[in-house]
Design a protein around this ligand. Sequence first.
Ligand code: PLP
Length: 413
Amino acid sequence: MVRIADRIKLLGTETAFAVSAEAAAFAAKGNKIYPFHLGDLNFSTPSSVVEGSMKAIRDGKTGYCPTAGIPKLREVIAADINAARGTNYTMDNVAIQPGGKPVITKFFLALMNPGDEVLYPNPGYPIYESQIEFNGGIAVPYSYSEGKENFILDLDAIEKKITSRTRFFILNNLHNPTGAECSPEEHGAIANLAKKHNLIVLSDEAYFDMRYEGLSKSIASLPGMAERTLILYTFSKKFAMTGWRLGAAIGPKEIIDVIAKLNVNNESCSNHFIQYGAIEGMAASEKKEKDMLGVLKKRRDVAVDILNSIPGVHCYRPHATFYLYPNVTEAMKMNGYDNYETFRKDVLHNTGVSFCTRQHFGKVLPGEKNFYIRFAYSGIDEKEIREGLEKFKKFMSRNMTNKQNVKEKSAIA
Ligand code: PLP
């Protein structure tokens, strides 16, 4: 009989993939689906990347390559990071990875000892919680609350969670699932906490280039932070390359050397020819990227406007990422729901609209009163967004005759 290792009990998963499978099964029965569940993109990868990779295949770049990645790509990434973040990295600070996700695991494998405490965002990308626990750490959640224009951090609450065993802080500025981004004050305060308590920061910058207004900022740019920060960098989102699997860890050389050693022990090296494609993509004009961002911005606006017209729904308009995280507490209550899964499945089966809920982004914390769902608008066209969300709106308003009715009902509830 097969015996699975005990440690596997500690391993979490990304349950958004289960929602995806459920939506696919529903579609296979002939139903129309509106896919808002997964942070994948329905854009093609830039031709510079495709052609660069094809040429590399034809040129025979199909064998193993250096475990930390080909030097030219490491140089190009260091230059890209320095230009956007004002840092001074060289190729020695870059280890290429098969995607951004492996940086999370390797960060903990390289640095964390059993019993170390890690502050991580919850709701947040579920792999943080999974990898902290799997690797013997203590996962200490911090959360976001509703601010004036977007979600914000409670810095006092965060500091109170720091103990003598806290060693790491995971920051996902440009945050999945909320779309929150740090104000300069929040960034400064987290940097000060990191320096005061000698914490190492994992700065997950997967969405750094996915922004519609303003400029993205990194905590690594702040004084004294590059030496205690590991950046998660990925080509997945910015070049619509989720399935190609290419990313990088960027940080202090001592950490990068260990990560390169972990690469040897795991994948040997990242895909060789795709690294040449990425170099071409970085060198090409940014037009394609800008076109994609223009389309995504339009989708965001359409989705936010419809969501906010639904009785009992409130949704911010984040400047970055491609996620919306509306508060649906009142809307659920008005329709008799107090359970995420019943609500999600009912919406899927009645409208074809498929989304994730707060439950897919880490363990729900004691005392949480509000209900949130996440819409990803990266994999669905504007027309379908309109159609799907109008169906969702109709479903959520089915018991109401007009808005006045709704107001009265919500006042009673
Ligand atoms: N970090 C965050 C916050 C994400 O949302 C994702 C993917 O959705 C990743 C990291 C990993 O991306 P990838 O491994 O595709 O580069």
